[in-house]
Design a protein. Structure first.
Length: 318
């Protein structure tokens, strides 16, 4: 009886799905970290700083204007800690502040935000951070504090770059607070402007550990379609051949240079695009918490197909 039990295989037990391509999760609110972790995600592929700020009613620019930089650093540490602690030792890619000017306007303290005719093409992401380096400095100081406490699972991801000089200047700011890019911490960027995708080799030459596709923006800028304008929403698709061509070319060039590739835009939750990305050899897909289990299954299915095809070829010797 005992011997028989040992040889019995329980076919009803479901093993956790393991995929070669990592499946990560996007986190916006520190409080949502636990739920995001419970999906079994392989890390956080996008931590949206501005949402954490917006949710807590914090206008970072106001802190700087009032000379309360230390307070801003502490608030950042407090929020980031909640995520990196839950996920430790899995990596969390912290994206530096990227809020279009209209987003903080409605908050108390946001009254002084400038009026822009088109905030999506305006003062946001790395452009604003390099104009107001105190914010970026505060973010790097917060990250350094966490690193010094042993949270080595943080990576820095810069938003909306369109020229390598922006990457170089951001690294200089990191160094000015004692944070050495690539040595102390992985340093990467979002690929979400067509310019950055087209000249990705120039960014690679500047030094990059990873890139992540921000397809929400990459699609809006490639197709010249405001992602928030319902009148043109029917034309908005990440499956447009021009967007796909940019994605494929960046993956190819990054793979050749040993730079890790990922996606954190909504296209990472769309089966037809995930299939193409996995086939192209993307390293990870980062999706919203609710989508993680479905994406994991989908990735497993695509990988199985790829492996079976490779096995078939090998067995048949052609
Ligand atoms: C993106 O542009 O795809 C992205 C993930 O960033 P956000 O949606 O925050 O602009
Ligand atoms: Mg974006």
């Amino acid at each position: 009886q005992d011997a028989q039990d040992e040889t019995t295989i329980d076919v009803t037990a479901s093993a956790p799905l393991i995929t070669v391509t990592d499946v990560k999760v996007n986190v916006s609110m520190a409080e949502a970290a636990q739920k995001a972790y419970a999906t079994g995600a392989d890390g956080v592929g996008l931590l949206r700083t501005e949402h954490m700020m917006l949710a807590t009613g914090i206008v970072p620019y106001k802190f700087i204007d009032e000379g309360r930089e230390d307070e801003l650093v502490n608030v950042l540490v407090e929020n980031i800690l909640k995520v990196v602690d839950v996920f430790y030792p899995k990596t969390v890619w912290y994206r530096t502040l990227d809020a279009p000017t209209d987003e903080f306007k409605t908050l108390e303290g946001g009254e002084n935000e400038p009026d822009e005719a088109n905030p999506m093409l305006g003062w946001r992401g790395i452009r604003r951070e390099l104009d107001q380096p105190d914010i970026l400095k505060a973010e790097f100081k917060a990250i350094k504090k966490l690193l010094d406490e042993g949270y080595t699972n943080i990576g820095v991801m810069l938003p909306l770059l369109h020229k390598p000089e922006e990457l170089r200047r951001a690294k200089e700011i990191a160094r000015s607070v004692g944070l050495e890019p690539h040595k102390d911490i992985d340093f990467g960027m979002m690929v979400e402007t067509p310019a950055s995708a087209i000249i990705i080799e120039d960014f690679i030459a500047e030094g990059l550990d990873f890139v992540s596709f921000g397809t929400n923006d990459l699609t809006q800028y490639t197709l010249a379609l405001d992602r928030n304008n319902e009148l043109v929403a029917k034309h908005y698709t990440e499956a447009h051949p021009a967007v796909l061509k940019l994605l494929m070319s960046v993956i190819e060039k990054c793979k050749a240079a040993g730079v890790t590739t990922s996606i954190c835009g909504q296209a990472g939750s769309k089966p037809e695009i995930v299939e193409k990305l996995v086939e192209a050899g993307i390293d990870s897909i980062s999706a919203n918490t609710d989508a993680v289990p479905t994406i994991r299954k989908l990735v497993a299915k695509v990988e199985k197909k790829i492996m079976l095809e490779a096995a078939k070829k090998a067995l048949k010797g052609n």
